[in-house]
Design a protein around this ligand. Structure first.
Ligand code: IMO
Ligand code: MG
Length: 425
């Protein structure tokens, strides 16, 4: 049986963690391919509430193997904390030897770079993700596998750290990081992580060869993609489907499906254009009602109406063949629900998503409205339970995006999930 990608289709925080926990029952492997602990995935089931940043959201099923692919950047301190909190042994979790390390100086640099950007700050999560990918691309990064030879690493680190400290102190006026502390950390990481460091691409390939299902877990979202997102207000990796192939080392023919996860409205954390943003009291009301605060940084999320132009673009760059709509229940009881179906850009109507941030900033949403519904959709699990108003809204989303909805999430708990059509065969 094949691989199934579950990809964030907006600006992140679409509810990927919940959906992956739900789907993982039928999978042998759940695999992360991009990003790092900038992600914040919440899983709620009968075993409790789990806030995950780095380990995949399949860990609650005892039969699953959870893997962190080469495309991910790994902060070993965060990984060890999550391993400890969730009692994960190497039979349940593996990390690629070729994933890059987020080092303490990356975290320092992320925060200093943001401070220097001032008004133009991206609003990063400050976890060192961007600077770690910069070192990867500059071919000066350190990889997880290098931890396995701590003596060799201890020889290389002084020069690397001295160079980073020059930048930290001379360019940004920050405080240098301590080389001895870093060497000690890498030795600790080497000991504690050694057994988890594995050739992840082989685990994935073997599972697929053996006819098992693999769920490929997205982090962030398509509109935060380094290439396809609202650059420069993006993350430093490729959350879109292309990133799954490089980030795990698998081929496109492995796929049985590529699903996009959409919230029933939009949110965005950090800076950058957001055409359907709802400002002021109405946005505040929705934020409070829906609890839209970040899992990673606790920041208030910006709120907006469903952006059909962005959604259609997202479906196209990912080739979605199925949609997953989350937080439908949050819309219960609203008088009227708006959907952006086109933009007005420089006096002309367009249904094309402008690629550059400056044009997107000028785009004004053109809305269509559907009447709200009074009946609750919370916790419903059968298509026959969807009221007519909610059905009309879902139909409108399908029509705008042009892809069928297969799963609807009607609450944060694993069981609050409605399957219209099985995603995994
Ligand atoms: P999940 O997996 C929402 C945003 C940050 C910032 C930009 C760059 O929970 O959907 P970075 O730290 O990546 O350099 O920040 O990307 N961002 C996210 N927003 N959900 C996420 O992950 C995010 N990961 C990064 O807010 O705007
Ligand atoms: Mg999140």
């Amino acid at each position: 049986m094949p691989a199934y990608a579950v990809i964030g289709a907006q600006w992140g925080d679409e509810g990927k963690g919940k959906i992956i926990d739900f789907l993982a029952e039928k999978a042998a492997i759940i695999a992360r391919y991009s990003g790092g602990n900038n992600a914040g995935h919440t899983v709620i089931n009968d075993a409790g509430t789990f806030k995950l940043h780095l380990v995949p959201s399949g860990i609650c099923w005892p039969h699953t193997m959870n893997v962190i692919g080469n495309g991910v950047v790994v902060d070993p301190e965060v990984l060890l904390k999550e391993i400890g909190e969730n009692n994960l042994d190497p039979s349940r979790l593996a990390v690629s030897d070729r994933a890059h390390l987020i080092m303490p100086y990356h975290v320092v640099l992320d925060r200093l770079e943001e401070a220097k950007r001032g008004d133009a700050a991206i609003g990063t999560t400050g976890r060192g993700v961007g600077p770690a990918y910069v070192d990867k691309v500059a071919r000066q990064g350190l990889r997880v596998g290098e931890l396995l030879d701590p003596e060799e690493l201890a020889l290389r680190l002084p020069e690397i750290v001295a160079f980073k400290n020059e930048i930290i102190t001379k360019i940004y006026g920050g405080n240098p990081v301590d080389i001895e502390d870093i060497i000690a950390l890498t030795k600790k990481w080497a000991t504690e992580l050694a057994e988890y460091i594995r050739p992840v691409e082989n685990l994935v390939a073997d599972a697929l060869d053996n006819g098992e299902n693999v769920i490929v877990e997205g982090a962030q979202g398509a509109l935060l993609d380094l290439d396809h997102g609202t650059y420069p207000y993006v993350t430093s990796s490729n959350p879109t489907v292309g990133g799954t192939l490089t980030g795990l080392g698998m081929g496109p023919r492995s796929y049985g499906g590529v699903a996009g996860v959409f919230k029933a409205y939009c949110t965005r954390v950090g800076a950058g254009p957001f055409p359907t943003e709802i400002h002021g009291a109405e946005g505040d009301r929705i934020r409070e009602m829906a609890g839209e605060f970040g899992v990673t940084t606790g920041r208030a999320r910006r709120i907006g109406w469903f952006d059909g132009v962005a959604a259609k673009y997202s479906a196209r760059v990912n080739g979605f063949d199925g949609l997953i709509v989350t937080r439908l229940d949050t819309l219960d009881g609203w008088d009227e629900i708006k959907i952006c179906v086109a933009y007005e850009l420089d006096g002309k109507r367009t249904d094309q998503f402008p690629i550059d941030a400056a044009r997107l900033e000028r785009a004004k949403p053109i809305y269509e409205s559907v009447p709200g519904w009074t009946e609750s959709t919370r916790s419903i699990t059968k298509p026959s339970q969807i009221n007519d108003g909610a059905k009309a809204y879902l139909n409108k989303l399908e029509e705008v995006i042009g892809v069928p909805i297969k799963i609807v999430s009607t609450g944060p708990h694993r069981d609050e999930t409605l399957v219209i059509e099985d995603l995994i065969g």
